[in-house]
Design a protein around this ligand. Structure first.
Ligand code: ADP
Ligand code: MG
Length: 588
């Protein structure tokens, strides 16, 4: 439907109060928009095309903000992180088959990370698809999406759009959040319904993510365990950041006096500089703690599955776990005190249960942690001062660390290998939900999608610290950043390769090693090509100045930061996951 048709439909609606007039009509396009708006959706992330172009035109005409990307995976990543930032499902719209498949990576990633998002894809005609008669972009999208998300629905009748959108929203945000797929065959959009019936078919979801109150006995069990602990520790994961129970979490930490660690995307829930943060003594506390309370963090590979060397002597730990998903308990090791509920409710209940006689954890444990922290921090400090040119990772991150300390409300997006691992440790976060990164899968390619949505959803300045390889997956979206004039500063850590830029072709042939990129690339020129600001820097002082200026101006900026091609280690700090040939040496 063209916008002109939309207007005609509406005008007809205005006319029909008189008796005898034909009933006023609406259609599928309009009902999708109305259903989303009714449920407080404000932004759509998309790549237009058949059959959703008119849907996007109409959405914009109806006051929704439509952000149009260059590739669906980036639009999908944007929607996913919008969900994480807002606790409302982020919406991604794609065309059929190839567009749908491109968006699916983001949908699966959202589900894996427990981010609420809805992928809405146009699809071909059911009758033809099911008989495999070769429709335009024929594909059984619903069947393909199902195993990769929390729920998948198809709508065949315009009267069902309202209920389908309601189901999709509830499925995305209730319980453990995740991705939902909504399949809308092209024919649905132009289906016509009487306006009044259409209006009545819409559903405003009431209390989409109801509180889930933990059982009092579970709370008492957890508190008893904490009380008896000699070396207690709290580990916050991104579920705790997502829950937006920031004040309750701070109160629990400060009243209990417990030391805490924050997983990557939980950093800043409490400032990394908080006196109770054990971040700089991470390996010590994981190894030596006797009682560990996980809050919105899974014992997956990122926490070495709760066992092995990282966790010290076998059997030396007792785990408490707070999570909304009951099946997360005992997923890797025994959970002695499971507390199932939403984090806000669970943390409030624990806080109330601390009572007035709560004793701070043993002083020798706190002293051990503080001694280790101080030693590690002073070991790191001189590296961060390095003013070497070409830069190493530490020198460059030392400069960016100063920028973010001066702009604590800025959002940091971070991906790469060494660029990710080192930035995670070096750059302190001060406020909740300010660090967005590769998440549970350690996936590359989230960078520009996350950066766009972070700017759109929060209006805050965004700093994206990107490995040169990682950036390549979504780099074309710098045009999107320029087109929407978003306050995003992208810094490319350009060491001319994957992990390093020094690998060579062992045959001496003309082709470069598969691990390197074109030498001396000028990524800054990409930004200039689209009207943004490009800066080329070769030392930490220049980097500091360029990024500070970009953050102050709010202008789309790309800083090409030249890093020594010899800096960086194979696979960053997850080299142990990368099988290498024992016969041939894979990396020099
Ligand atoms: P991280 O990678 O930071 O350790 P994970 O993604 O592994 O974090 O864990 C997040 C956990 O948080 C998931 O198990 C998820 O079920 C849980 N979660 C998400 N939202 C909530 C919530 N509102 N209340 C309780 N648990 C939640
Ligand atoms: Mg690199």
């Amino acid at each position: 439907m063209s916008s002109a048709v939309a207007t005609a439909v509406k005008n007809q609606a205005a006319d029909t109060s008189q008796t005898g007039a034909p009933p006023a009509l609406t259609d599928g396009f309009q009902l999708v928009i109305d259903a989303l708006k009714l449920n407080g959706i404000e932004n759509l992330y998309s790549v237009p095309g058949i059959p959703i172009s008119d849907l996007l035109r109409l959405a914009q005409a109806e006051g929704l903000r439509v952000i149009s990307f260059r590739h669906e995976q980036n639009a999908g990543n944007a929607a996913a992180i919008a969900g994480f930032l807002t606790k409302k499902p982020g919406i991604c719209l794609t065309v059929s088959a190839p567009g749908f498949l491109n968006g699916l990576t983001a949908l699966a990633n959202a589900t894996t990370n427990c981010f609420p998002m809805i992928l809405i894809s146009g699809s071909s005609e059911r009758e033809i698809v099911d008989l495999q008669q070769g429709d335009y972009e024929e594909m059984d999208q619903l069947a393909i999406a199902k195993p990769l998300c929390k729920a998948a629905f198809r709508v065949l009748h315009a009267e069902d759009i309202g209920i389908a959108v309601a189901r999709a929203i509830r499925a995305a945000v209730s319980g453990r959040p995740g991705g939902v797929y909504l399949d809308l065959p092209a024919k649905l959009f132009s289906q016509v319904v009487e306006i009044e019936a259409g209006r009545k078919s819409l559903v405003k979801v009431i209390d989409p993510a109801p509180a889930q109150i933990p059982a009092p006995s579970a709370v008492i069990r957890a508190l008893d365990l904490l009380k008896g602990a000699k070396r207690p520790l709290i580990v916050f994961g991104k579920g705790a950041a997502y829950a937006q129970a920031d004040d309750e979490i701070r109160a629990l930490v400060e009243k209990s006096g417990l030391p805490f660690l924050q997983m990557s995307m939980a950093k800043g829930l409490l400032p990394d500089t908080h006196p109770q943060s054990a971040g700089a003594a991470r390996s010590t506390v994981l190894k030596d703690a006797d009682v560990v309370m996980l809050v919105g963090a899974r014992l997956n590979w990122l926490l070495s599955h709760g066992k092995g060397k990282t966790w010290g002597e076998p059997g030396s730990k007792k785990f408490i776990q707070i999570d909304i998903e009951p099946r997360e308990m005992d997923s890797n090791v025994e959970i002695v005190a499971p507390v199932v509920g939403d984090i806000g409710s669970c943390v409030s209940a624990l806080l109330a249960g601390l009572g007035d006689k709560w004793q701070a954890p043993p002083a020798d444990w706190i002293n051990t942690i503080n001694t280790k922290k101080e030693a590690n921090i002073s070991k790191m400090a001189p590296k961060l001062m390095s003013n070497a040119s070409p830069m190493n990772f530490h020198g460059a991150l030392g400069a960016l660390r100063r920028v973010t300390a001066e702009r604590q409300d800025a959002i940091l997006v971070n991906e790469g290998a060494n660029t990710l691992d080192l930035a995670r440790g070096i750059i302190d976060m001060y406020q909740p939900r300010k660090r967005l990164d590769v998440g549970t899968w350690g996936v590359m390619g989230i960078g520009m999608g996350y950066a766009v949505a972070a700017a759109v959803e929060t209006g805050k300045p965004v700093l994206a610290i990107e490995g040169d390889s990682a950036f390549g997956f979504s780099g074309m979206e710098v045009e999107t950043i320029c087109r929407y004039k978003l306050p995003v500063c992208v810094v490319i850590f350009n060491n001319s390769g994957i992990y390093r830029g020094t690998d060579v072709n062992p045959t001496g042939g003309d082709d470069p090693s598969p691990m390197v990129f074109a030498a001396n690339s000028r990524y800054d020129k990409m930004m200039e090509a689209f009207g943004g600001v490009g800066v080329h820097v070769t030392n930490p002082d220049e980097l500091y100045r360029a990024v500070s200026e970009a953050m102050d101006s709010g202008k789309p900026t790309l800083v090409n930061a030249v890093i020594d091609p010899a800096a960086g280690t194979e696979s960053g700090n997850i080299g142990s996951l990368n099988p290498t040939s024992s016969v041939r040496k894979a990396a020099p």
